[in-house]
Design a binder for this molecule. Structure first.
Ligand code: F6P
Length: 483
C-alpha cells in the first residue's frame, strides 16, 4: 500500500527506520536508523503493501510528523527506504515517561535482569505516573493501527515498548490477525515477579492479545510461557508452545534473526569502509587485533570485557606490543543516569589499561565512543578476534556480522547468555560473561588458535549467521498469522 487509506499488513515499533534533526532555520534533515530491530525490519522496506507505524522520538521527529499528511512521512516526500511510514507525534512528556521510565528503565531492566535488587527497583508514585504514560503511549499505537488496518489485516507489533498494544488493538479491532515479537530476552518468572502484580499481569495480558507471540530463541519463548503459567495461572502447553487464557489461545513461536550476507558484504566493500580499513591498518600495524562493537549498554558488559583484556595483558606479557584492542562503544540512552555512569566507567577502565600497559610505541586499547558504521565494518574486516560478551541479549547481531565480513577469519569469543549462542555456539569460544578470568583465557585461546582452524570456524559461523536473513524472518512472522 503506497498511499491508500487501509493497509493489509502493518508493522508497529517504537523506533522507525528514519529519524530527523532540526536546523535553526527550521530545515529538517533525515538520518537512517540503526539497531537490531530496525535491521531486522529493513525487509519491510521492500514490500509495497506494508505500513510501518513508529513513534516520533524527538522534537525534530515530531515536527516532521506534524508537517506530513496524517504523519505519513513517505507521502511528504521523505526517503523512508521504500516503506509507507506513519510517525506518531506522541506528546514529549508521555513519550519520555513511557520510553525512558517504563520501557528502558523497567521492562528492559527486568528482561535483562539488570537491577541491583538490594536498592532497585522502587515502584512508588513516580512509577505509577510512568506506567500511566506507557498505557497512553500503547493506546496511541493501538488507535493508529486500528485506523489504518484494512478488514482482516495482519499487524505485527514489535518489542517491549509495545507489550500492551496487541490487547488494546484486539479490543478495537477483533477482526485483525495480530502478532507480537520480542527482540529482547524474556525474564524467568522469579525475576519477572519483581514487577507490581497488576503491571506483571497487564504486560502478559497485553502480549496475549496477539494470535502469535514470537521470540528469538526457545529460552526466551519458554520463559514467557512459564510467566503466563505462574503469574496468570494460564493453561500452557510448553511442548506445543500455546498459552490459553480467558477463552483465547496464543501460539508462541521462535524466529531467529540473522544477517543478509550479500548486502552486508557489498556494504563492507564500499569506498568509505576501505578508507577506514586503511587508516585502522596504519594504526594497528602487524599486531593482532581484538575488536568489540556495541551500544554503550549495561547489558553488553563492556566493563568486564575490558577487565578481561587487562587480565590477559597482566597474565600473558608475551602479548605486550603485539596486540591491540579496538573497542567501539557508541552512545545510547543518555537520558538515563545509569547509562551515563556506565559510559564513564568504560572510559575510566580504558584509561587505566592504557596507563598501566601503554608505552611510547604501543597503545594497547583504542576506545571510540562515536557511532561510525563504516568504521565498524572496517574493524570486522581486520579483526583476529571478535569479543561479544553480553550478560544477557535477545540475539546480538554483532556476533553475526563480524564473521560474515571477516577477511582472514576471525575467532569469536561469545557469551553463552546471548541469543546468538544458539546459532553460533558450536564454532565460537563460549564464555560465562561474569567470569573475567575465564574471558581472558578465552581471548588467549582465540589469539593462539591456528590460522586454518580459525578460518574454518569463521566460515561455518558466517554460514550460520546468514541462514535466516531478515526477509525470511519477516515472512515467517506473516505466515504465522495465516488462518
Ligand atoms: O530489542 C532491543 C532493541 O530494540 C534492539 O533491536 C536495538 O538495538 C535496541 O533495542 C535499540 O534501543 P533504542 O531504540 O532504545 O536505541
Amino acid at each position: 500500500m503506497a498511499d491508500s487509506r487501509h493497509a493489509t499488513v502493518l508493522v508497529a515499533s517504537n523506533r522507525g527506520p528514519v529519524s530527523f534533526s532540526l536546523a535553526d532555520d527550521g530545515t529538517l534533515s533525515l538520518r537512517r536508523g540503526a539497531g537490531g530491530l530496525v535491521s531486522g525490519l529493513s525487509a519491510v522496506g521492500a514490500s509495497t503493501d506494508v505500513v510501518w507505524v513508529c513513534a516520533a522520538l524527538s522534537d525534530a521527529d515530531r515536527a516532521a510528523s506534524r508537517r506530513a499528511p496524517g504523519g505519513r512521512l513517505d507521502l511528504a516526500g521523505h526517503d523512508t527506504g521504500g516503506s509507507a511510514l506513519r510517525m506518531l507525534p506522541i506528546d514529549p512528556g508521555t513519550f519520555n515517561r513511557a520510553y525512558n521510565g517504563i520501557a528502558n528503565s523497567t521492562l528492559w531492566f527486568v528482561h535483562h535482569m539488570l537491577y541491583d535488587t538490594a536498592i532497585k527497583p522502587v515502584f512508588g508514585a513516580r512509577f505509577r505516573r510512568e506506567w500511566f504514560a506507557y498505557e497512553a503511549y500503547n493506546q496511541a499505537f493501538a488507535d493508529a493501527l486500528a485506523q489504518d488496518a484494512a478488514n482482516g489485516a495482519k499487524v505485527i507489533v514489535q518489542d517491549y515498548h509495545l507489550t500492551l498494544t496487541p490487547h488494546l488493538l484486539r479490543q478495537r479491532r477483533p477482526d485483525l490477525r495480530i502478532g507480537h515479537f520480542s527482540h529482547t530476552p524474556w525474564a524467568p518468572p522469579d525475576y519477572f515477579r519483581l514487577l507490581p502484580d497488576d503491571v506483571a499481569r497487564d504486560v502478559l495480558l497485553g502480549v496475549l492479545g496477539a494470535d502469535h507471540a514470537g521470540f528469538l530463541t526457545d529460552r526466551w519463548a519458554l520463559a514467557f510461557v512459564d510467566c503466563c503459567r505462574e503469574v496468570l495461572g494460564a493453561d500452557v502447553d510448553r511442548e506445543a508452545g500455546t498459552v490459553s487464557y480467558e477463552g483465547r489461545k496464543t501460539q508462541v513461536g521462535v524466529h531467529g534473526l540473522g544477517i543478509d550476507g550479500d548486502s552486508l558484504r557489498e556494504r563492507a566493500a564500499e569506498a568509505d569502509v576501505l578508507a577506514r580499513r586503511e587508516a585502522l591498518r596504519e594504526v594497528i600495524g602487524d599486531r593482532k587485533l581484538i575488536v568489540r562493537v556495541d551500544r554503550t549498554e549495561l547489558s553488553k558488559n563492556i566493563v568486564r570485557g575490558l577487565l578481561a583484556y587487562q587480565d590477559l595483558l597482566r597474565n600473558h606479557p608475551e602479548w605486550h606490543r603485539r596486540v591491540v584492542h579496538l573497542a567501539f562503544a557508541y552512545p545510547s540512552r543518555h537520558d538515563l543516569p545509569e547509562y551515563r555512569e556506565y559510559t564513564a566507567a568504560v572510559q575510566r577502565v580504558s584509561q587505566e589499561i592504557n596507563d598501566q600497559f601503554g608505552s611510547e610505541d604501543w597503545q594497547p586499547l583504542i576506545l571510540h565512543v562515536n557511532d561510525d558504521f563504516p568504521r565498524s565494518l572496517a574493524a570486522y574486516r581486520l579483526a583476529d578476534v571478535l569479543l561479544v560478551n553480553p550478560i544477557r541479549d535477545g540475539m546480538n547481531l554483532v556476533a553475526k556480522e563480524g564473521p560474515v565480513v571477516s577477511e582472514g577469519g576471525c575467532a569469536l569469543v561469545l557469551s553463552r547468555e546471548a541469543g546468538a549462542y544458539v546459532d553460533l555456539g558450536d564454532d565460537a569460544i563460549v564464555i560465562n560473561p561474569y567470569d573475567v578470568r575465564g574471558t581472558a583465557e578465552a581471548l588467549q585461546q582465540a589469539l593462539t588458535m591456528p590460522a586454518e582452524e580459525r578460518d574454518a570456524r569463521c566460515r561455518r559461523l558466517a554460514a550460520a549467521a546468514t541462514a535466516l536473513p531478515p526477509q525470511q524472518w519477516f515472512a515467517n512472522q506473516l505466515c504465522e498469522l495465516d488462518d
